[in-house]
Design a protein around this ligand. Structure first.
Ligand SMILES: Cc1cc2nc3c(=O)[nH]c(=O)nc-3n(C[C@H](O)[C@H](O)[C@H](O)COP(=O)(O)OP(=O)(O)OC[C@H]3O[C@@H](n4cnc5c(N)ncnc54)[C@H](O)[C@@H]3O)c2cc1C
Length: 644
């Protein structure tokens, strides 16, 4: 190991690898195991049934952990069935099988049980934990429980939650505004603000500049911030024009004409060609859209960036209303204010409350506050005879109607688990799983529907949780959040300060805590979807050691002046890798905004197929929890409308 890697601490024994899940099982291994044991006739207990099974505390690569997608990829590649042996029958017939134990799948089970209290429901998910993207990272730092979201971060949406979605939250005891008032502790970070990290590869020198902001409308001393940046005098003047200028770059056009123009050009082109900013100034904004959209400013329309509150538009004096040619996120945030709340483990708490409602013994406690510290009993999730069973580590590989879809008598579903393929029968099925995989599961679906489902390309993201010995460096620098315009991670921040029930967030900078870092891999210059595809390929090729090295390197460089030493100060790393992350939202630069709703891919794709209905946030074309819930309601209603 070279000196630089050693200095970063790459040889230091930290909590980083998860050997259990690090051993990915290939499709070939799956089929070999199946052939080795053709006699099994009922599902074997899975890992979740072993005492002590508790995935939230695992480190290493989480999210879509190694081994969780190999079967799905072999189904996609057409190699699964050629090697799979005859299916085994399993233990019974269900009223409903739900594929996907994310918020949509769990909500679907909840809604169905509310309508049919005696229903027998099986929920299957390929991951080793429930919650889908709404995943919990649980740490015990010096004996104190510290939580972070491994995916879905908070209750927050560009539009107010529907009556269905807010009704479900209320039933679960969640009132976001009330909780935020009672639990948020922003004062813990009093005196700490935002900063930006200019790296030497792009800006010629490594420099953390404290101050600034990423949003319009905040009172910021831009002169003070800009004067400390390593930019040239021209680039500095251009940044000041963007942040605080009042120039109208489209004189003579009406507000509507300006908006139309802005909806047809990227923010990159707006800053480069219209504002005519220095290339280094434009480079400063390149990753400012990453957290929200998973791509840089080259693939985001200037108008959406205006709607989202990014700078450079004040002098245009645009009418504040959104227009049709705006993406869902920008249009919604531009027009609405909303209630938000961040549970310490993000929306994993919503998933855990749903699990409590469905399988009470699996999630001890009774209140919205105590669910945060509850220790889930995974052994209870899939009990014989229980009305609702949640089975993880189970990849669904095929679903079909029994009889023709129009006169379907029920469904037959196959899933792979522990090296075997199992068959389940049910009256109905809800696919609350990633929609782009459905064509591979339902091979007899109409081609037009399959083509539409293939369009729903998900956005890859990495959320990294880093345990650090203390946060004195942040305190010394006066920093809570860092934006890195050209960093491997586009942002990094101290964990949320939230106290809820028995959970108390960190207080003293001398105490250990978790950092939250975001990377959304993409390839500027391609179409948005191709950028996501390229980013996903990159994620698959990135090893834990690569992630760890990048994490240590960036933190060391950003926090150097605060005295941070990655070798000494990093005690654990969890990489939450979501190759298939946010649902795709249409982008005016690449998608046809004149299509009527019934011709939009997510609407064509989500049509019920016999007794198989389709949910998931994908089917709402909106990467938000309320979409996951609303689509679950719609799918359940479609099933309930069928004759028994
Ligand atoms: C990193 C990240 C951060 C986010 N932050 C926010 C946020 O702050 N607020 C917000 O509202 N939304 C956020 N989202 C959006 C999030 O996707 C939704 O809020 C919601 O959690 C999606 O729920 P879902 O059930 O529709 O999908 P998912 O959570 O993706 O659940 C679907 C499940 O189906 C499983 N599945 C797929 N195929 C199969 C198969 N063949 N067999 C078995 N199982 C299968 C998947 O593996 C997955 O576990 C975030 C998403 C990501 C990735």
């Amino acid at each position: 190991m070279d000196r630089r890697r050693r200095r970063l601490g790459m040889d230091v024994p930290i909590d980083r690898r998860d050997f259990l899940n690090g051993a990915a099982m290939s499709a070939a291994a799956v089929s070999a195991m199946m052939l080795a044991d053709p006699t099994i006739a009922a599902p074997q207990p899975g890992p979740q049934d072993k005492p002590g099974y508790y995935p939230p505390t695992l480190n290493g690569i989480r999210g879509s952990q190694p081994g969780s997608f190999d079967v799905a990829h072999s189904v996609r590649d057409g190699t699964f069935w050629s090697t799979a042996e005859k299916m085994h029958d399993t233990d019974g017939v269900y009223d409903l099988v739900v594929v996907g134990a994310g918020i949509s799948g769990l909500s679907a089970a909840f809604f169905y049980r509310a309508a049919k209290p005696n229903a027998k429901i099986l929920i299957l998910d390929n991951h080793d934990d429930f919650g889908g993207h709404a995943r919990r990272n649980e740490y015990h730092l010096n004996g104190r429980l510290e939580l972070l979201n491994g995916g879905t971060e908070l209750i927050d949406s560009p539009r107010p939650y529907s009556a269905v979605a807010s009704g479900l939250l209320k039933t679960l005891g969640i009132e976001p505004a009330k909780l935020a008032k009672a639990c948020d502790r922003p004062e813990v970070y009093d005196g700490l603000g935002p900063a930006s990290f200019f790296d030497k590869e792009t800006f010629g020198v490594d420099r953390l500049v404290v101050g600034g902001s990423t949003r319009e409308g905040e009172t910021v001393d831009w002169n003070a911030f800009i004067s400390k940046t390593p930019l040239s005098p021209k680039a500095k003047a251009d940044m000041l024009r963007i942040e605080a200028g009042m120039e109208d770059y489209f004189p003579g056009l009406t507000s509507d004409q300006k908006k139309d123009k802005l909806s047809r050009m990227s923010y990159f082109d707006y800053l480069s060609k219209v504002v005519k900013a220095d290339p280094k100034t434009v480079a400063f904004y390149q990753q400012i859209t990453h957290d929200e959209w998973g791509v840089g400013i080259d693939a985001e329309p200037a108008l959406d960036c205006w709607g989202f509150g990014l700078p450079g538009f004040s002098g245009l004096k645009l009418d504040p209303r959104s227009i049709k040619r705006m993406g869902n996120t920008a249009a919604g945030y531009n027009e609405n204010s909303f209630e938000t709340f961040h549970f310490p483990d993000g929306n994993a708490s919503i998933a855990r409350l749903l699990v409590r409602a469905l399988v009470p013994k699996a999630m001890p406690g009774h209140t919205v506050e105590d669910v945060v510290t509850a220790i889930a009993n995974y052994n209870e999730l899939d009990r014989d005879g229980a009305p609702v069973r949640i089975r993880v580590s189970s990849t669904v590989v095929g679903v079909r109607n029994i009889g023709s879809p129009k006169a379907s008598k029920g469904i037959e579903l196959a899933y792979a688990r522990g090296g075997h393929v199992w068959r389940v029968h049910a009256a109905n099925c809800i696919l609350a799983s990633w929609n782009m995989m459905i064509p591979y599961l339902c091979s007899d679906m109409p081609d037009a529907q399959k083509a539409a489902l293939h369009e729903l390309v998900k956005i890859p993201l990495v959320y990294t949780s880093v345990a650090i010995r203390n946060w004195r460096a942040f305190k010394k620098l006066g920093v809570q959040y860092i934006y890195a315009p050209s960093g491997y991670y586009s942002s990094c921040r101290l964990n949320w300060a939230v106290d809820i029930g028995g959970y108390k967030s960190v207080r003293s900078p001398d105490d250990p805590m978790l950092l939250f870092m975001v990377r959304t891999p993409c390839q500027p210059g391609l179409s948005e979807k191709d950028q996501h595809r390229a980013g996903r390929a990159e994620l698959l090729a990135t090893t834990f050691a690569d992630f760890e090295h990048a994490t240590r390197d960036q933190l060391g460089r950003m926090l150097k002046d605060g005295g941070f030493d990655p070798r000494r100060d990093i005690t654990a790393i969890t990489i939450n890798r979501w190759g298939h992350g946010y649902a795709y939202e249409y982008n005016p630069l690449f998608d046809d905004f004149d299509l009527p709703p019934e011709k939009q891919p997510h609407v064509i794709g989500r049509q019920r197929w016999g007794r198989i209905a389709i949910a998931n946030s994908d089917s709402g074309a909106a990467a938000y929890t309320d979409s996951a819930i609303d689509q679950a309601r719609r799918a359940v209603d479609e099933i309930l409308a069928l004759k028994a």
